[in-house]
Design a protein around this ligand. Sequence first.
Ligand code: SF4
Ligand code: SF4
Length: 424
Amino acid sequence: MVRNFPESLKKDLDHCSRCGLCEPLCPSYKVMRMERYAPRGRVQMVRKIFAGELSFTKSLQEAFTSCISCGTCSENCPSGVRIDRVFSHMRFDLVQKLGQPLFKKMMLWFLRHPSVLHAGAASARIGQSWLIKPFNVKKKIGPIEVSRLPRLNKTPFREHLQTRIPPRGKKIGRVLYFVGCATDLFNEDIGQAAIKVLTGLGYEVIISKELGCCGLPIFLSGALDNALNNISKNLNLMTEIECDHVMFDCGTCGGAFKEKIPQLLEELGPDFAPLQDKALALAAKSRDVSEIIALNLDRIDLSTTNRDQKPLIVTYHDSCHLKRAMHISKEPRAILTKLPSIQYSEMPSPDECCGGGGAYQFEHAALSSAITKRKIHNIRSVQADILAVGCPGCQLTLSAALSQPNDPVVKHPVQLYAELKQFS
Ligand code: SF4
Ligand code: SF4
């Protein structure tokens, strides 16, 4: 697709006063301490490209792929520069001019073809069962030891679900549950907990087996055309389904539908207006699972199945996309602090990035690992029993890194909500 860099984002570059307030907050700068790894430095590089003073090189591409797209810089820029959005478009241009590494092309191919993804997961599961566990394989993929990767589901989670799951008790509404790739392939526990909670609240749950990857990991990698294939297919299918809410258990998928996809389609111009209308309609109905619980909190009995036990210390990690694109951070805390079985403890800098970033941890293993190390230090400082994380991507990274005997167990908040007596 031939496109122009959006003019509105080009104008943002003029608003950068070079104050540097974004620098100390940026995860890649905190580790690398070099201007080219800081938002301000990258903004200046974009300016220089437009001024014809810099050209597209592999080194330039590395400066932009080493941005983990956490959005912290945009959230805190006093001049309102939409930094992460500028960088997304820069990555589109870089991919168009320089291509992508082979492993990323393969990853995108898998994400674009669910049947191939499922076949790949089935083979990987055989490897997990017959090689990795029995022979205690210590090999690493990126910064993660293969033995610490999550166990793949026996079959994709959606495969055995009915497409309409009735509510338990009086029906109060209908929810389309967008089952993301992570829950589908290796987090069925999260999916089962989400269905238990939704049906227990009185929602009819709709499952669509035709939906593919939300597209966000694809477009953040710079592969715009590939991402648009997934986005348009999903939007066309989802707008045909009648529902009160579209529910997500993943901050990245939710952030994609709530904000990132409508923004992208707007930036691509009037040709995408019909698709953007669909995206905006879905964004208005998009809710994280904690948001749905929070909406119903006054009619939930908070007693739990483990009432007699000593309260568990729980801390919460704000996933970047869940906080900055889905705008969810108060809701999980509002629920967790009310549960009698839980003693909530806030960690320092709970919204600091975990360093995972999907494919980022495999492409920039050393940098990713250094970012994760800072996060783990903060998590350990509160000596929690459970680390609650609303994004399966962060869960993968943090579970692999929390390998000491006293480290907290990583759970999705919905797994804690599902332990309430009302839902059992
Ligand atoms: S905080 Fe905003 S204005 Fe300041 S240097 Fe960063 S991008 Fe520029
Ligand atoms: S999006 Fe995050 S990693 Fe990228 S420049 Fe901004 S703060 Fe740094």
